[in-house]
Design a protein around this ligand. Structure first.
Ligand SMILES: NC(=O)c1ccc[n+]([C@@H]2O[C@H](COP(=O)([O-])OP(=O)(O)OC[C@H]3O[C@@H](n4cnc5c(N)ncnc54)[C@H](OP(=O)(O)O)[C@@H]3O)[C@@H](O)[C@H]2O)c1
Length: 253
């Protein structure tokens, strides 16, 4: 499945996989982003917790501190309204505090309305595209110089089943995930000769979070894997065992 034939779903990470690595996680306050931030910290990373709700980020900070993992950094940023100067200021902050960036997990996303394209609300469409696509491009652009300062770095984009095959009524969300795959593929090809920054996408699959509950209100959450269950693939792509894997669309389940 991957360049070095590891199945990301079965990956067993060494305890110090991310020791000395600086990793930025967007949407770190809840759901899959929360689990990824806590997991990356548990494997030794200094995690930059980016999100729009400060008290959620502070709770994650406290949990990481209590577990005696490397102290994270909180960045409160609303990716719906943030613009290029905000991302450049973030880059300056990280450069001053940490010097370089080894990992970037694009995880934050919004579901938006699910409705036929014919009825889609234009402003909601633009909002979903802003958070799920445009913000990822702006953040990537600002972070790349910091990633070239690291010896090896990994960018993970978060996809979805509806971003790999179109599905009726999934509207802007599904289209935004197709765009995410396009951004990943384009960037991966641009960077493949550098061998320094690898770029892949990961479809988490059905996972027990608030977004999943909003999309499938009649579903029993207890039947779903938790965000912690799908962390092997997130560790695999973030750590050095995935060096050489580039431009791949992977699945976490
Ligand atoms: N769960 C699934 O079954 C599933 C399946 C396929 C793909 N995915 C993808 O996996 C990723 C994580 O989803 P999830 O299920 O964990 O969703 P979630 O529980 O709704 O969490 C989404 C996270 O994104 C943050 N966020 C939303 N809008 C933001 C903004 N404007 N600025 C900054 N942060 C923002 C949220 O912050 P707040 O908590 O402050 O609102 C939250 O931390 C998403 O990209 C989603 O599309 C999920």
């Amino acid at each position: 499945m991957t360049a070095n034939s590891v199945n990301p779903r079965d990956y067993e990470a060494p305890a110090q996989l991310l020791a000395g690595h600086n990793v930025l996680v967007t949407g770190a306050g809840a759901g899959i982003g929360k689990a990824a931030a806590q997991t990356y910290a548990a494997y030794g990373a200094t995690v930059i917790l980016l999100g729009r709700t400060n008290n959620k980020l502070e709770a994650i900070y406290d949990s990481i501190e209590q577990a005696d993992h490397p102290l994270p950094i909180i960045i409160e940023l609303d990716m719906l309204t943030a613009a290029r100067p905000d991302y450049l200021a973030l880059s300056d902050n990280i450069a001053a505090e940490l010097g370089c960036l080894h990992g970037l997990l694009h995880n934050a996303g919004i579901l938006g309305e699910r409705t036929p394209i014919q009825n889609a609300d234009p402003q909601q469409w633009l909002d979903v595209m802003q958070v799920n696509v445009n913000a990822q491009m702006l953040l990537t652009q600002a972070m790349l110089p910091l990633m070239f300062e690291a010896e090896r770095a990994s960018i993970i984009f978060t996809s979805s089943g509806v971003g790999r095959r179109g599905r009726a009524y999934w509207g802007a969300y599904g289209v935004s995930k197709f765009a995410t795959e396009g951004l990943m593929q384009t960037l991966a090809e641009e960077l493949e000769n550098t061998s320094q920054v690898r770029v892949n996408s990961l479809n988490p699959g059905r996972t027990r979070t608030a977004m999943r509950a909003a999309a499938y209100p009649a579903e029993d959450p207890a039947t779903l894997p938790t965000a912690e269950d799908i962390m092997p693939a997130y560790l695999y792509l973030m750590g050095d065992d995935s060096i050489g894997v580039n431009g791949q669309a992977l699945t976490a389940q």
